[in-house]
Design a binder for this molecule. Structure first.
Ligand SMILES: Cc1cc2nc3c(=O)[nH]c(=O)nc-3n(C[C@H](O)[C@H](O)[C@H](O)COP(=O)(O)OP(=O)(O)OC[C@H]3O[C@@H](n4cnc5c(N)ncnc54)[C@H](O)[C@@H]3O)c2cc1C
Length: 322
């Protein structure tokens, strides 16, 4: 089996968690199949990116350093990855199912005419071919995707599918590559970063979050939970529908289009556990879920689960605390 190439995702000098998750899976697969994990890093020329944290997680790091690569640019990145694929001929290339991946991966698949599966939560290798595991019907069913025969397979990975830990310690050499001189000029211009949902409270710093979802029913029910959060010394957060309904400001939203949070305790009340929400709590300590539906996907990630009406639990907790 050929090598597994992982596209390193970074922002403002920081390597994103999705990179560590993909490297974890790449290392698991490469160990099982006797191949190597190669991290492909397209970054700026100021040496700002914390490359050392990649060394233990890959066998080889290929680094392109150029001012034009400092900010993500889908068409430019696609051109470089395409040329790397031709040179390296990897068995797999893993890219995050993130705004980066959603831009670059399909374009790469078209340009290279290679098969691609998007938004995968696991990969298995059978008879020297990958099979991608994807969730369908809002996470209720797992499907197995087979590919047409190819030398290289493109797979995008859903954030939160694998741990961020080091799988087994490696010691990658860094190879610095010169940028191809004949790349087409970029058609994009980077303007600046704006923090999503910066507001009065910063839920990403909270040690205890009491989080509400659509199960709260109506806006008038929110103060009851707010009171509980206060009594417990925590903050209130929510799922996206609560923000969409304008019941709470955006800076309370947890998930892929909200914030990633790392509380010691995350109490999810009336939240179904859609992957876009759950991806925001991969760093949480203990997850406790209250949901009327015993089949709610949130119970898959919860350490403790209560199948009941959330208001019954909220009132019982408030009573206990007073
Ligand atoms: C591009 C994109 C980005 C997204 N980003 C985010 C994001 O950042 N964050 C996010 O949260 N979502 C996000 N979503 C939406 C996501 O797909 C789900 O629709 C959303 O998370 C569902 O929210 P919910 O769990 O509150 O609601 P629902 O899925 O409607 O679940 C409500 C749950 O409450 C339970 N319930 C109802 N009444 C009670 C009761 N009285 N007591 C106990 N349980 C009860 C129900 O059983 C159900 O499980 C995104 C979607 C897209 C397409």
């Amino acid at each position: 089996m050929g090598d597994i190439l992982v596209l390193v995702e970074h922002r403002q000098g920081e390597i994103r968690e999705i990179t560590h998750q993909m490297l974890w899976k790449a290392n698991e697969l490469s160990k099982e199949n006797g191949s190597k994990t190669v991290a492909l890093l397209l970054g700026g020329d100021d040496g700002d990116i914390a490359i050392d944290e990649l060394k233990e997680r890959a066998d080889r790091i290929i680094l392109f350093k150029d001012k034009s690569l400092e900010q993500f640019d889908g068409s430019l990145y696609k051109e470089i990855i395409y040329r790397c694929l031709n040179e390296l001929n990897p068995f797999l290339i893993l890219i995050g199912q993130t705004p980066w991946g959603m831009d670059v991966a399909p374009a790469l698949a078209i340009k290279s005419n290679l098969p691609m599966a998007s938004d995968c939560v696991d990969i298995i290798i059978e008879d020297n071919k990958p099979k991608a595991i994807r969730q369908i019907y809002n996470g209720k069913i797992f499907s197995r995707v087979s590919f047409k025969d190819a030398n290289t397979y493109i797979i995008t990975i859903r954030p939160g599918s694998f741990p961020t830990d080091i799988y087994d310690s490696r010691n990658a050499e860094v190879e610095i590559k010169d940028l191809y001189p004949d790349l087409p000029p970029s058609k994009k211009q980077f303007i600046g970063y704006e923090e999503a949902g910066a507001g009065e409270v910063d839920i990403s710093q909270a040690e205890l979050l009491v989080s509400i979802g659509r199960g709260i029913g109506e806006q008038d029910n929110i103060p009851v939970v707010q009171e509980l959060a206060q009594k417990m010394g925590g903050m209130i957060s929510c799922s996206r529908p609560i923000v969409d309904k304008k019941w709470m400001p955006k800076y309370h939203q947890v998930g892929t289009s909200g914030k990633s949070v790392k509380p010691k305790v995350y109490l999810a009340l009336g939240i179904s556990g859609a992957f876009q929400h759950v991806a925001g709590i991969t760093g949480a300590g203990t997850v406790i879920a209250v949901n009327k539906d015993p089949k709610a996907p949130i119970f898959r990630v919860a350490d403790y689960g209560v199948v009941d009406d959330l208001f019954k639990i909220v009132n019982a907790l408030k009573e206990k605390l007073s």
